[in-house]
Design a protein around this ligand. Structure first.
Ligand SMILES: *[C@@H]1O[C@H](CO)[C@@H](O)[C@H](O)[C@H]1NC(C)=O
Length: 202
């Protein structure tokens, strides 16, 4: 009969042999976002404040099919040491909602990890480019699907920002067909406590 001690040992051996097998598998190709360089010397203090979402390029079909439901969206960014608290404001059925999330520190400036709810796992975020005062290009990757977002500080959107974004979209192997533009009116100023989801404090 197996004593508990032996049973524990067998469990350990099984675990280590399956780890060994995992290590011998051919390595997976690097995830797309690991090839994206963050903005050099990214400065979260300068990145703080309000950003308006202009466009998202994503390979995700769902996003394109939902295109007619795109709502004007803003981010409010507050640095927290090397991390950032990011609140997203948008309307749902005519009511303003805020979702507060923590862009966690990864030890590399401009690269963050967002522990999002749901089974699809965490989201990697990279601030790929920004001039802090005019525009920002953010990359997000979840389940190895890379999307690219353009934000601006104010409207109208400068042509130079759009061309930077287009180049970034091509660089991510996406096209205009993958790009969804967001409305430039109907932004939320605030959301009350009943319409705020605090994901940062879970
Ligand atoms: C785009 O495709 C090329 C060629 O397949 C590949 O080398 C590159 O890593 C891809 N870039 C991204 C960001 O996925």
């Amino acid at each position: 009969m197996l004593t508990p001690r032996i049973a524990a040992l067998l469990t350990l051996l099984l675990a280590s042999s399956s780890l060994g097998q995992r290590a011998r598998r051919p390595p997976r190709p690097p995830s797309p976002i690991s090839t994206i360089q963050p903005k050099a010397n990214f400065d979260a203090q300068q990145f703080a404040g309000t950003w308006l979402l202009v466009a998202v390029a994503s390979p995700c079909r769902h996003l394109q099919e939902q295109g007619h439901r795109a709502e004007a969206t803003t981010l409010h960014v507050a640095p927290q040491g090397s991390a950032m608290t990011v609140s997203t404001f948008r309307k749902l059925d005519g009511i303003c909602w805020a979702v507060r999330q923590l862009y966690g520190n990864t030890g590399r400036p401009g690269r963050f990890l967002l522990q999002a709810r749901g089974a699809r796992g965490p989201v990697d975020v990279v601030v790929g480019d920004t001039d802090y005062r005019g525009f920002a290009v953010l990359y997000l990757e979840r389940a190895r699907q890379l999307s690219v977002k353009l934000y601006v500080r104010s409207l109208p959107v400068g042509d130079s920002f759009l061309s930077v974004f287009e180049q970034r979209v091509q660089g991510a192997n996406l096209t205009e067909d993958h790009t969804l533009f967001f409305p430039k009116y109907g932004f939320c100023e605030a959301a009350d406590q009943f319409h705020t989801l605090d994901e940062a404090r879970r």
